[in-house]
Design a protein around this ligand. Sequence first.
Ligand SMILES: [Zn+2]
Length: 141
Amino acid sequence: MAESVKGVTEKEGVRIARRAVREARRYFRIPAEWNVRLAQSDPGDTKGQITAHPAYLDALIEYDLTQAESNADLYSTLGHEVAHLFLAEYDELIVALLQQLEKSGEKTQALEALTDGVRERATTRLERMFCRDVPYQAKAD
Ligand SMILES: [Zn+2]
């Protein structure tokens, strides 16, 4: 059984990750029609990431237990990824606009960096709202 360098065991981590996604889906009112899959990524990959396909209402959230600082950190990481899902339909529009600008040669690195920054800041705000309103609680596991 793999263990996080910070002491989050795999069994405990999987349970926390599932609960975080369940709570965050409820908090952000992600419709039940969305199929959200959860998987551990290869150690050393990003701490958490989501690949969402709004057209198919399908998303894969991957997380790396070895990068979790604590149980609460793992919980907030998963909350962050579900917050991205909350913004997925908006993101779809931004991605389409950037693709159009790229085709016409008008996309700049500055614009792409700005959209990435705005997206992450909005997502982090939502993550913090979630963690403040529905905080990690060890006993609930
Ligand atoms: Zn993010």
